[in-house]
Design a protein around this ligand. Structure first.
Ligand code: BTN
Length: 281
């Protein structure tokens, strides 16, 4: 395979120009790394709270990871592989709201970079983004204690940008979970454009001091938008949680307690995102 030679210098200068306080932000770009999440963790260990706002991007990862210990593989150069660091003191958005706010931000950014009304991005709880039933992006949020006052959230995002069916890893081509990309949807877009839109929207949705426009979202507003995009609400699904299987109708999604499922026996169970996986949608 031809090595990818991405012009990361122009990506950096584009971000510096278009992000609020862009030139003061830590950014690192990697042709190939283990996982951008690991780079972010090291940065937090080295810089402490100064890692707030850091942006880490890679063309390729050798040990990319997804939720619940799954691996995340992507052909070099076809996906936006990104980790963003947000250090949260207590006066910022609560950690429990980070997950829905980030999923919402990425969904909004994807719609923003594609021609008007060409794609509608849905959210499959907790953090998969779907277009026409196929996965276009996934998010992985990991937290690291910085000091007694602050926790850093590493928002890991993988977005299928120019991925083609032929380039799909075998396990995804043959799996029962369909995958799509902006190119497959007929919306070819450059990764740097997606990157800028995603970081801007994350800054806004997370009420970061770096947001160009402070949206000051009350939690209810984030959740209203999140729920509107949720493809699972009202659906009957099967979920595995801590070794037990549950089947029932999704009646709500709550950032604190997780998925609320009304089982076929009529009980309502709360299934936390950290330990639940949907086995049949
Ligand atoms: C999922 O779908 O389970 C989440 C996938 C998250 C993948 C991204 S790619 C960039 C960042 N680095 C990683 O190792 N994982 C996240």
């Amino acid at each position: 395979m031809q090595p990818i030679s991405t012009d990361f210098t122009s990506w950096r200068s584009h971000l510096e120009r278009h992000l609020h306080h862009g030139s003061q932000r830590l950014m690192s770009f990697h042709p190939c790394t283990r996982s951008t999440q690991d780079v972010a963790k090291q940065l937090i260990a080295d810089k402490g709270v100064e890692a707030d706002g850091a942006i880490i991007v890679a063309d390729e990862q050798t040990h990319g990871r997804g939720r619940l210990g799954r691996s995340w593989s992507a052909p070099p150069g076809a996906c936006l592989l990104l980790s963003c660091v947000y250090v949260c003191p207590h006066d910022r958005l609560g950690i429990e709201m980070m997950s829905p706010a980030c999923a919402l931000a990425v969904a909004e950014a994807l719609e923003q970079v594609t021609p008007p009304r060409s794609i509608n991005v849905g959210i499959k709880w907790p953090n998969d983004l779907l277009v026409r039933g196929a996965k276009i992006a996934g998010l992985l949020l990991e937290t690291v204690k910085v000091d007694t006052l602050s926790t850093a959230v590493i928002v890991g995002i993988g977005i299928n940008v120019s991925l083609t069916t032929e380039a799909l890893p075998l396990e995804l081509r043959e799996g029962d979970r369909p995958v799509t990309s902006l190119t497959m949807l007929g919306c070819p877009t450059e990764r740097w454009q997606v990157l800028t839109a995603v970081v801007q929207r994350l800054d806004e949705r997370l009420d970061s001091p770096r947001a160009t426009e402070s949206l000051h979202h009350p939690h209810d507003e984030v959740l209203t938008h999140y729920r509107r995009r949720c493809v699972l609400l009202g659906q009957t699904i099967s979920v595995r949680c801590d070794g037990c299987d549950y089947r029932g109708e999704v009646i709500d999604l709550d950032p604190l307690v997780g998925l609320l499922l009304r089982t076929e026996q009529g009980n309502v169970v709360h299934l936390p995102a950290a330990t639940s996986t949907i086995v049949r949608g």
